[in-house]
Design a protein around this ligand. Structure first.
Ligand code: 5RP
Length: 235
């Protein structure tokens, strides 16, 4: 099926390098979480090539996009109900800090991405180096039930954030997620305590999931010189 392709619009050599590097660490027999976005798309495509060469894996897609790419590339798929323990989840991110806190949800898929990442023995995050910061400052995506939009806006404001409803491109009205919900991008400026903010956002009624992740096991950083830096969780 022809689809507008976010991969092509934001493709960089670093994304391709880090995506293909991640595909290289997947082992025979693994259940693999397939993340969403342009970086992970390269990983899924590389996995598809390895499958054609004989690699035996099952992928669990985190979005419509990931599922379509996997099908096109010939990666066999499964679901969490069938394979509830994921060996490795591979996914991109919008920002990462040195303590390995991660902001995700640029593609509006962070709820499924978090479910798959939390089902995984290893959650591996792929970024290009421009996304690595000392202090996170990317707006935090919130998946919100449509009926709760005004309530969530109020709660985000009370936490000191600026809520912005994410609007669709090539469709009138808001972005609607794969789960039929809306996305609020909540701008908190510099996020000095991401663990505290994650806790506060978890308590907001109407927020199905927020985009702060604290469970990355490894972060692969694609550098402009072509190398890959690996951060590994120490505790
Ligand atoms: C989707 C995500 C993506 O992984 C994140 O937006 C990064 O995307 P890209 O690899 O295209 O830069 O969280 O919900």
């Amino acid at each position: 099926m022809l689809m507008t392709d976010r991969t092509k619009k934001v493709s960089t050599d670093e994304k391709k390098a880090v995506g293909e590097f991640a595909a290289g660490i997947v082992e025979d027999g693994m259940v693999v979480g397939l993340g969403t976005g342009s970086t992970t798309a390269y990983a899924i495509q590389a996995l598809g090539r390895r499958v054609k060469e004989g690699l035996n894996i099952k992928g669990i897609p985190t979005s419509f996009q990931a599922r379509m790419i996997a099908i096109e590339c010939g990666v066999p798929l499964t679901i969490l109900a069938q394979d509830p323990v994921v060996d490795i989840a591979i996914d991109g991110a919008d920002q990462v800090d040195n303590d390995m806190f991660v902001i995700k949800g640029g593609g509006g898929a962070h709820t499924s991405e978090k479910i798959v990442a939390c089902s995984a023995r290893q959650f591996v995050v792929l970024v290009d180096e421009i996304k690595l910061l000392d202090i996170l400052d990317h707006p935090v995506p919130l998946e919100v039930m449509p009926d709760a939009l005004q309530l969530v806006e109020r709660q985000v404001s009370e936490l000191g954030g600026k809520p912005v409803l994410r609007m669709a491109i090539q469709k009138d009205g808001p972005v609607i997620t794969d789960n039929g919900n809306c996305i609020i991008d909540a701008d908190f400026g510099k996020i000095v305590k991401p663990d505290r903010l994650a806790l506060d956002l978890s308590k907001c009624v109407g927020v199905i999931e927020h985009g702060i992740f604290d469970n990355a096991y490894k972060i692969f950083i694609g550098k402009t010189d072509g190398s890959i830096e690996v951060l590994t969780r120490k505790h």
